[in-house]
Design a protein around this ligand. Sequence first.
Ligand code: PEP
Ligand code: MG
Length: 889
Amino acid sequence: QKFVYDFTEGNRDLKDLLGGKGANLAEMTNLGLPVPPGFTITTEACKTYLDSGDEPKELRDEVSAHLDALERTMGKKLGQADDPLLVSVRSGAKFSMPGMMDTVLNIGLSDKSVKGLAAQSGDERFAWDSYRRLIQMFGKTVLDVDGELFEDALEDAKKAKKVTVDTDLEAAELKKLVTRFKKIVKTEAGRDFPQDPREQMDLAIKAVFDSWNGERAKLYRRQERIPHDLGTAVNICSMVFGNLGPDSGTGVAFTRDPASGHQGVYGDYLQNAQGEDVVAGIRNTVPLAELESIDKKSYDQLMEIMETLETHYKDLCDIEFTIERGQLWMLQTRVGKRTAGAAFRIATQLVDQGLIDEAEALQRVNGAQLAQLMFPRFDETTSVDTIGRGIAASPGAAVGKAVFDSYTAIKWSRSGEKVILIRRETNPDDLDGMIAAEGILTSRGGKTSHAAVVARGMGKTCVCGAEDLEVDTKQRRMTAPGGLVVEEGDLVSIDGSSGKVYLGEVPVVPSPVVEYFEGRMHAGADDADELVAAVHRVMAYADRVRRLRVRANADSAEDALRARRFGAQGIGLCRTEHMFLGERREMVEKLILADTDAERETALEQLLPFQRKDFVELFEAMDGLPVTVRLLDPPLHEFLPDITELSVRVALAESRQDANENDLRLLQAVHRLHEQNPMLGLRGVRLGLVIPGLFTMQVRAIAEAAAERKKANGDPRAEIMIPLVGTVQELELVRDDAEQVLADVQRETGTDLKLALGTMIELPRAALTAGQIAEAAEFFSFGTNDLTQTVWGFSRDDVEASFFTAYLEKGIFGVSPFETIDKDGVGKLVRDAVEAGRATRPDLKLGVCGEHGGDPESVHFFHEVGLDYVSCSPFRIPVARLEAGRAAA
Ligand code: PEP
Ligand code: MG
């Protein structure tokens, strides 16, 4: 087994072994780009080290051999006293991961070699500056010393000399700083800063390995479902210096604008600086374009390299580079992150440039990005002050009054106020407040903080880690830089897509992408036009290749029409329960209270025309497309008054001795129908079997509506769906009755009705006996909400507010199984039921109508198991179309 690869030996396909950074450094080396020589220690070495708790001897030997070779190439030895070779040690896992040790630069400097470096470079200041940086980074990341101690010491040195930037510190001051830094290490780490260069390197390598198992890294992996056994690679790279004077510098660049996708010169450059200065924002960078006037030769070369990289990677790349005394060096490249809008634009631009095809373009975007583009946004043209900026943790635009505790959030929101919950950080006690708020703002914590994770789970706007905002929950206020104070009740606006925080109310504008789907988008604002054009094209790519059809969960003509505009190819779930509410509740009450067949029939006869009218409108809105109508599902008590309220009302009336007969009967019925576990009680098909005439009334309404539409030359395509079936016998009984009604209506109306009859598969027993059930069903629609509830034994109405946060934090799942299908458990039942159902009835139509039908990851799963369609809420249809296309491409 080979543990170490020279940069010349690897390539970009070896990310598993060399990590992202190492694989790309090798790729650039082999492209002939100027990469400082070096080597990569593999993820396998990391795994072996972590398994045995020690460095394998082979690894040590291989590192020695590669270091020898590097020293020969460079013509000097690591830490050589008169002319030291210096290296950087950088971690590089397959996926970039917060919580991992990052970089130590200048390894090889010591009390001796710092003098050699000074002599060789002819720059004493540079040498001592490099040395203090090494001790600082090494102390912080390898020896776990609190980084602020070094920062404070540096600040003191600047103050003592009355300067503000570190470049104004002279060699003498830096020398003193080195002494001070070494003391800090000694006191805090209980050991001297190592003077042996090889020991420095070895310790840094081990620190990278160990950081793989740091708590933060582990938590991140659990949440992102990154396997724990990948390990990280370590890159050892010979140092080049951007801090050797004004003809040196360091910068970052993008091959095109990661915000808009436009081609051009994007990036930042910092003269006379080393890498971390740019990120740390210690001094102000200049736009990359200015490099042209600073160092034309390097600039031209960089432009050429960027072109090479883009053509080679066929994608936007981001780059870190350094210029050492006029010589350009590439330190890193990778396919760069981009905004959601840019992802769509870049994908289509690359198709136009002939670099990628449509199938590849689909892989360059995703449903989450499309969903992000569909959120309303703040109108950036209005002048409202930004008071801070945090991490864009959960997209959306939220406006509300500032509140600083959950209690107030709940209280105010109950009285109709919109609130933004502002906390230093949130914890599970804040859950109710988070639910009540329009958005959540915290001053601490990153993308995996409690606030971020929970807000994303709830689809709520969240900005977290806005560190320049000082939150004082006791005084109920927040202070922005410059001393501006936001008091409880002041209006604030937060943008979960940019992380920006505004004082006051920023007007919200609808998303141009939604306007486009709604058919309201017209030429005008150019930037929006460009985005819409890109989305339009990508959607067309997806529609061309996808196998899954996409339907909507909709139960009104209005929703159906919107769904159609969004591209729905039918209705996969029309829940009929809303048709039993409002003015019809009284009829439902009569139905429930009926003592005799005659009373019951009268109640049903009253309901029938209402139901029929609903269906006529729906079939008209979806003319020519399938509409799956589900017969009544929820327990009947949901249509009756609340048991406590009614009890109180009756008790009060009785004390006044004017209790009315109807209330008394209602109360009896409420008691009779009361269930401890209504979700597992009298609902779904069970209702149809114990309340005579209920389902047949619904079937009649559907059939008569279809007949009416036919007479009006329409093309109704109704399908009748039975909920909560657990055994084929239930379905057979309902089916016999339904067929009788259909035959009656055909005869009465003289129309030829072919209505498919099928069932939901939403109980484990239904999935397990799908082969039998398919004998009585022409289609299955997987009800993954109830299926998840019953497979896990999780009450779908309770768990997300009770213990899911704890489960998410512990990494038991990275996302709620009610949101993304649990492939191993619930998914296995779906897969088996598909197979068994099709074995019985090869032309069985298969779909899903649980919430998962609009979830990107789940859509891929449904494609893979061979469903015919997914059905989701109208707003998620574009996302489902796109993901169905991506799954098929
Ligand atoms: C389901 O259970 O997945 C489903 C679609 O039905 P409902 O959500 O109405 O119970
Ligand atoms: Mg259900």
